[in-house]
Every structure is written in structure tokens, then in C-alpha cells.
Design a protein around this ligand. Structure first.
Ligand code: SF4
Length: 166
């Protein structure tokens, strides 16, 4: 089951409504399905909160630091992620760590999907403070929960075969 319902045409308010609606439906079926409550894996995907990005005037530009992972959006002139899968990339880690606005985040794939949809609908309605506030609160929640994430422990191997020790 997909966590987040995508639509082809998003009104400025659909991102928030869909998130809240889907969260309430999912939590009534499977209480722990919200990836912001319970991350599904380690957070290695990149997400830029374009609301806070300085843009091309940034003195520590992630685009200059790691052009294979970041680029400036043609629509908003803010930084955006152009490729994922850089968990061990030192230049990308440097770019994330040196972002002067702390607006590049490591998130899980499910979290990224929700955040990207929310960002698009928030950018389409910049006057809607609630949309941007929800984005901020989900990012904060993701950061908190992702830091607490622990890989599931491997179960010890158990054999039922009879062993004659004598
Ligand atoms: S480092 Fe941060 S503020 Fe600077 S361009 Fe990249 S995302 Fe924007």
C-alpha cells in the first residue's frame, strides 16, 4: 500500500489535506505507518527545503561543492537535489554540513516523497503559512526520529537438528 496518494493536479491546499487525510486513514489501519513517526530505514536521501535556501548568492553553495548532487532550479533559482544515493559521498556531506541555512536534510525515501509533494504545493501558494509550517514541523520530526532510528536486530540462528555430543 502506498503511504501517500499522488494526484496529477495539485491545488495549493491538496498537499496538506492529502497528508492529513492519508495519515488518519493509515493510522486507523496500521498505527505505525507514518514514516515521520517510525522511519522505515536509515535516512540517506537528500531533501532541500527551498523555502530557506539563499539561492545563487549563497557563499557556501552546495551546487558548487557537489554539482553531481545539487543544481539550481530554473523556476525558483534555489538549490534542489538532482540525484540521490550519495550516502558515503564526502563532498555531499560537506555541502550538507556547510549549508548556511541548514536547509539540506537527510531523510528516508518515504519521508522525501511526502516532503517533496508538500514543498511543491507550498511553493505554489507561498502566502499559505500553514503549508510551510507543516513542512517545517515534518522536517523537524524527521530529523528527531531519524537520529533515533536503529536497524532491526538480526535474530540469532536457532537449529532444531539433534546433535549427539557423545
Ligand atoms: S548551501 Fe544551502 S543555502 Fe546554500 S545554495 Fe545550497 S541549499 Fe541553498
Amino acid at each position: 500500500m502506498r503511504y501517500y496518494l499522488k494526484t496529477n493536479q495539485m491545488s495549493p491546499f491538496e498537499g496538506r489535506q492529502e497528508y492529513l487525510m492519508t495519515k488518519s486513514i493509515c493510522s486507523s489501519i496500521i498505527p505505525s505507518i507514518d514514516p515521520f513517526d517510525e522511519p522505515e530505514c536509515e535516512a540517506y536521501d537528500l531533501f532541500v527545503n527551498e523555502f530557506q535556501c539563499v539561492g545563487k548568492g549563497c557563499p557556501y553553495s552546495c551546487v558548487k561543492r557537489a554539482p553531481h548532487a545539487f543544481s539550481f532550479s530554473t523556476e525558483n533559482a534555489t538549490a534542489c537535489v538532482i540525484s540521490q544515493g550519495h550516502s558515503d559521498d564526502y563532498l555531499v556531506q560537506l555541502a550538507v554540513g556547510q549549508c548556511p541555512r541548514n536547509c539540506i536534510h537527510y531523510v528516508t525515501p518515504s519521508q522525501r516523497e511526502v516532503l517533496e509533494d508538500l514543498l511543491q504545493s507550498a511553493l505554489a501558494a507561498p502566502y499559505d503559512i500553514a503549508e510551510a509550517a507543516l513542512l517545517d514541523s515534518l522536517i523537524a520530526k524527521a530529523r528527531f526520529e531519524n537520529n533515533r532510528y536503529q536497524k532491526p536486530k538480526r535474530k540469532p540462528k536457532v537449529s532444531t537438528e539433534y546433535v549427539d555430543w557423545v
